[in-house]
Design a protein around this ligand. Structure first.
Ligand SMILES: CC(C)(COP(=O)(O)OP(=O)(O)OC[C@H]1O[C@@H](n2cnc3c(N)ncnc32)[C@H](O)[C@@H]1OP(=O)(O)O)[C@@H](O)C(=O)NCCC(=O)NCCS
Length: 154
C-alpha cells in the first residue's frame, strides 16, 4: 500500500470513495476541483492511499491560521480495520507538528461511532459540541482536537 499526494486526475477516485461512504463528508465535483486550483495546494493536504493503482482511501486537510482541520477521511468499506486510516493520518500529524499550534481539529456526527473510535484511538480528545451543526439528517457535531506535539512521532 502506498500513500501519495493526490492530483486532479484522482478526483474521480475521490468522488467514488466518498460516494460509497455514507457517513463521509459529501462534496460536489466543483469543491473537489477547487482543492487543486492554483494556490490552494499550499494550505491543503490531499492524500490518496492505493495499492497497485487501486484507490483504497483518502484524506483532505486544510491549514487554517495556526491549526490543521481534518476535513474528510474515507477508507473503502472492504478495506477498513486494516490500518489504512491510521496510515493516512500519520503524514498529517507530521505536518501539523511543524505548524505554530501543533494542533489538528475536526467535527464528526455524534452518531458516527466508528469514526469517533478511530479519532480517539489516534489520540483526539473531545473539545466541544456544535448543536444542530449537520443537516440531512439534522444532528449535533462533536468537535475533536489533537495536540500532535503530545503524541509520539512516527
Ligand atoms: C473512520 C475510517 C476512516 C477509519 O479507517 P480505517 O482504515 O478503518 O481505520 P484503521 O484500520 O486505521 O483503525 C485504527 C483504529 O481505530 C479504531 N477503529 C477504527 N474503526 C473502528 C470501528 N468501526 N469501531 C471501533 N473502533 C474503530 C480501532 O481502534 C482501530 O484499531 P484496531 O483495528 O487495531 O482496533 C473509516 O471507518 C471510514 O472510512 N469511515 C467512513 C467515512 C467516515 O465516516 N469518515 C469520517 C468522516 S468525519
Amino acid at each position: 500500500m502506498n500513500i501519495r499526494t493526490a492530483t486532479p486526475a484522482d478526483i474521480p477516485s475521490l468522488l467514488q470513495l466518498e460516494r460509497d461512504a455514507t457517513t463521509a463528508a459529501h462534496w460536489t465535483l466543483e469543491q473537489y476541483t477547487n482543492l487543486f486550483r492554483d494556490g490552494a495546494a499550499v494550505r491543503r493536504l490531499v492524500l490518496l492511499a492505493e495499492t497497485e493503482d487501486v484507490p483504497l482511501g483518502f484524506l483532505v486537510a486544510q491549514h487554517i491560521d495556526t491549526d490543521w482541520e481534518l476535513e474528510n477521511i474515507v477508507v473503502s468499506s472492504a478495506e477498513r480495520r486494516k490500518g489504512i486510516g491510521a496510515r493516512l493520518l500519520r503524514p498529517l500529524m507530521n505536518t501539523a507538528r511543524q505548524s505554530a499550534s501543533g494542533s489538528i481539529f475536526l467535527e464528526v456526527r455524534e452518531s458516527n461511532l466508528p469514526a469517533r473510535r478511530f479519532y480517539e484511538k489516534a489520540g483526539f480528545q473531545q473539545s466541544g459540541l456544535r448543536k444542530g451543526y449537520y443537516r440531512d439528517p439534522p444532528e449535533d457535531a462533536i468537535l475533536y482536537t489533537l495536540d500532535v506535539r503530545k503524541t509520539i512521532q512516527s
